[in-house]
Design a protein around this ligand. Structure first.
Ligand code: CTP
Ligand code: CA
Length: 225
């Protein structure tokens, strides 16, 4: 057990963490999803818990065990994730690691869509999902004191992420390179740069658990200066 976590520096603080993908249903057997494993979010939730925070973890569909002493709320879609977040505010700290689907199909089909014989492939009208991070940071009735977003990028990482941070008005944004060759999205390791209004900090490649520890350390520092 790390010294800084066992110091219980976050006792009395409430934290909300989102993790994993969302699934947006198309018909009873199909959905739009992504490769997120939930590992980074679960690791952060566990570190915040170990540091004494009261943690609610809003989780999309993942293949991870529910951590102990954390309130886990399982959701499927982006809209459900937003509703679950809203129901668990106010909090002091929000860490939004989830890979939320940006779109959903406009009209869910109650019956399985058939391939048909020589029929053309279906096309789907899409609608944009709510942006949970932007909502928490800009529209929630009581804004968390610290809002941490993630940025999944494949190119122009820092520039794209800084634009994202400003657009969503979050305090920090944790940038990761989700090109398949990095084996980060869906994998066990991460390498990130944390951007804030006052600068940037690079965390070298490490297990998602260790990245969770370092991020929690930084959160502890934020509340203790
Ligand atoms: N996010 C969210 N709700 C959404 C989309 C994203 O809360 N509907 C959050 C993610 O959890 C992450 C941050 O916003 O913390 C950035 O997500 P990302 O997909 O990297 O950025 P987008 O703003 O969705 O832009 P794009 O996918 O076009 O890069
Ligand atoms: Ca997105």
């Amino acid at each position: 057990q790390d010294y800084f976590l066992s110091s219980q520096a976050l006792i009395g603080k409430k934290a909300l963490v989102t993790a994993g993908p969302t699934y947006e249903p198309i018909d009873p057997v199909r959905f739009i999803g992504n490769y997120s494993s939930g590992r980074q979010g679960y690791a952060i939730a566990e570190c915040l818990r170990d540091a004494g925070a009261e943690v609610t973890l809003i989780s999309g569909p993942v293949a991870l065990d529910a951590p102990t002493n954390i309130k886990v709320v399982s959701v499927t879609t982006a809209q459900e994730m937003l509703d679950a977040c809203a129901a668990h505010l106010p909090v002091d700290i929000a860490v939004m690691t989830a890979a939320v689907s940006d779109w959903r199909v406009k009209d869910f089909s109650n019956v399985k869509i058939k391939k048909g014989e020589n029929a053309p492939p279906p096309t789907f009208e899409m609608v944009t999902n709510p942006d949970i991070l932007a909502w928490i940071s800009q529209d929630a009735p009581i804004r968390p004191q610290l809002v941490v977003g993630f940025a999944a990028e494949t190119n122009d990482l820092l520039d794209n992420a800084q634009v994202k941070r400003k657009r969503k008005n979050c305090d920090w944004i944790v940038v990761n390179d989700v090109n398949p060759n990095t084996k980060i999205m869906g994998g066990v390791e991460n390498e990130v740069t944390i951007l804030s209004s006052s600068g940037k900090q690079h965390l070298k490649r490490a297990s998602k658990k260790d990245i969770g520890r370092l991020l929690t350390q930084k959160i502890i520092q934020f509340f203790n200066v």
